[in-house]
Design a protein around this ligand. Structure first.
Ligand code: CTP
Length: 205
């Protein structure tokens, strides 16, 4: 099983890169995992308290569960990934996603490269490197359209936690990448390179 990790800041285009590579490789060959689904749950906190959490620090993620699921997949067993609901800052109680063992696993997320234990499991390490102004613009649109946020809350969160955590943990994790893809999914050559590299690894067995 080949494991590819795709890291990068918020709104960098990690998901688009992953989806483009999966499309090129053939969806049947790839199991896709979003680190976002492994956000820790805080059922003891109220919604107002959960809104104030720092969701950009590496500790916000349950990477132990993610690593456990990767081990199951490596052993040829399926795993049930949680599903995260950004509109209520909580793990969905009714949904889960079945992860099946496969030739290729792609994991995308903010801290896929900053976590040492997770990084050690990756065969190909990718960092999607997109300018901060482009990333924040994408985030504003997405958070309003899909995550039920106000412009004021996006502003406060970005300056309060998103930007400082990006500078402290995400940007420095770029040095661990084997491949840096500027501008994400719109970089056809970068996506093609990652696809070809993956195919080459697969034929090597
Ligand atoms: N986040 C949030 N509220 C939560 C949990 C997470 O606002 N309850 C935010 C964090 O602040 C973090 C972001 O979600 O910055 C992580 O998602 P992001 O990387 O932006 O989304 P992807 O679609 O995975 O990435 P990309 O746009 O690169 O495809």
């Amino acid at each position: 099983m080949l494991i590819i990790g795709i890291a990068g800041g918020t709104g960098s285009g990690k998901t688009t890169v992953a989806r483009s590579v999966i499309h090129r490789l053939g969806p049947d060959k790839v199991t896709f995992i979003s680190q976002d689904n492994y956000y820790k749950d805080h059922p003891h906190l109220s919604l107002a308290e959960r809104e104030l959490n720092n969701y950009d620090h590496p500790f916000a993620f349950d990477n132990e569960l993610l690593i456990q699921h990767l081990s199951l997949l490596k052993a040829g067993q399926a795993a049930q990934a949680p599903v995260y609901d950004f509109t209520i800052h909580a793990r969905s109680t009714s949904e889960s996603v079945e992860l099946r063992p496969n030739k290729i696993v792609i994991i995308e997320g903010l801290h896929v490269l900053s976590d040492e234990k997770l990084r050690a499991l990756l065969d190909i390490k990718v960092f999607v490197d997109t300018d901060p102004d482009v990333r924040i613009l994408r985030r504003v649109l997405r958070d309003i359209e899909e995550r039920g946020r106000s412009i004021q809350s996006i502003h406060d969160q970005y300056l309060g936690t998103v930007k400082p955590m990006h500078e402290a943990f995400i940007e420095p994790s770029k040095k661990y990448a084997n491949l840096i893809i500027p501008e994400g999914g719109h970089n056809e050559v970068g996506v093609e390179l990652l696809t070809t590299l993956t195919e080459k690894y697969l034929t090597r067995g």
